[in-house]
Design a protein around this ligand. Structure first.
Ligand SMILES: NC(=O)c1ccc[n+]([C@@H]2O[C@H](COP(=O)([O-])OP(=O)(O)OC[C@H]3O[C@@H](n4cnc5c(N)ncnc54)[C@H](O)[C@@H]3O)[C@@H](O)[C@H]2O)c1
Length: 325
């Protein structure tokens, strides 16, 4: 199939591009490079540099290529930043996706996989969280993603667009050979790369919040290895080939680790006893986010293979060590 990968110069999108190309699909990457890196785009993919906010650019892309489907990663991803600059998130995520949906509709592209987030649920009333759990985002990032899910549902109803919204819990890890990994810009907000930096530079690590309603007081999250995450998209693509409609799936493992446990695992794997500074809460964070994964396992046959915390941390460490050599 010919697939448009938006955000293919970013962390997850670049892994997806490689996986699609290895699976004999052809790929066109669209990315503004605002927060991505040109050097991670696989040379076998075509690359169109531009912003989804730019309609003329998008029109040209859809005129130039005939796509069988879209995997839509492009967006801003920092929950904390969205609490300072909600405008950025409603514009760059929600409004930009509306442009994409419209141009895709005009070009007759009817299959789309969307990178949603566990952030659409807000503070869960029940953990693990299943897909029917009420949606009450607690930051503009989550809200911007929920708005996109809702737009997709209307496009499905009105224009017959089929979609899968994958609600990722925490994507993490690197390729097992350490060549490719997580490099978020302008600032890394994810815990594993940040703890890793502390371990490799000998600095201390700032842990946000120790008074959450969790066993050790630090936030609990469900981590999915990026290699497993991209497999979920391959399964979602197969679902869209065999069935029309709108589908929502959590992508996680169903197991949570606290921030303290993550830091301990990094100490163990790196063999560095860095110090941890406990600081106040970060606005917009919730206690525990753990996915109920029965639906994706049952309906798509999803089985994570690399998502145990130690493999995630080992692969990430290899990536950061290789980069700092
Ligand atoms: N990383 C995670 O843990 C996580 C969790 C839940 C959901 N997600 C979602 O997955 C997607 C990918 O995340 P990531 O970690 O790879 O992020 P990333 O920042 O590494 O990649 C996003 C890419 O999108 C590009 N981009 C952003 N806005 C654009 C626009 N308007 N037009 C064109 N290109 C644009 C950026 O330049 C960047 O290359 C995002 O939509 C994010 O919300 C990620």
């Amino acid at each position: 199939m010919k697939i448009l990968v938006t955000g293919g110069a970013g962390y997850i999108g670049s892994f997806m591009t490689r996986r699609l190309l290895d699976g004999d699909h052809s790929v066109v990457v669209v990315d503004s490079l605002d927060r991505g890196h040109r050097d991670v785009i696989d040379g076998r993919a075509a690359f169109e540099e531009g912003n989804l906010l730019d309609n003329d650019f998008l029109k040209k892309v859809f005129e130039k290529y005939q796509f069988d489907g879209i995997i839509h990663f492009a967006g801003f991803i920092a929950m904390g930043e969205s609490m300072q600059r909600p405008d950025l998130y409603f514009s760059n995520n929600t409004f930009a996706t509306m442009n994409l949906l419209e141009e895709a509709r005009l070009a007759g592209v009817k299959k789309i996989i969307f990178s949603s987030t566990a952030g659409v649920y807000g503070t869960p009333s029940k953990v693990p969280i299943n897909e029917d759990h009420p949606k009450n985002p607690e930051n503009p990032y989550g809200e911007s993603k929920l708005m996109i899910e809702r737009m997709l549902a209307w496009y499905q109803r009105i224009h017959g667009v089929s979609f899968v919204a994958l609600r990722y819990f925490n994507a993490a890890g690197a390729s097992l050979d350490g060549r490719f990994g997580e490099r978020h810009t302008p600032e890394e907000s994810h815990i594993i790369p940040n703890v890793m930096k502390a371990a490799l530079s000998g600095s201390s690590f700032k842990l946000f919040g120790s008074d959450y309603d969790t066993p050790d007081g630090t936030c609990v999250r469900d981590y999915i290895h990026v290699l497993d995450l991209v497999e979920a998209h391959i399964l979602a693509l197969e679902r869209l080939i065999s069935k029309k409609g709108g589908f929502y799936y959590n992508v996680g493992t169903g197991k949570g680790f606290s921030n303290k446990e993550v830091a301990q695992m990094i100490k163990k794997v790196s063999n560095v006893d860095f110090s941890i500074d406990m600081v106040g809460r970060r606005p917009g964070d919730t206690d525990s986010l753990i996915a109920a994964t029965d639906k994706i396992r049952k309906e798509l046959g999803f089985e994570p293979k690399h998502s145990d915390l130690e493999t995630i941390v080992r692969s990430a460490l290899l990536f950061y060590k290789t980069r700092s050599l």
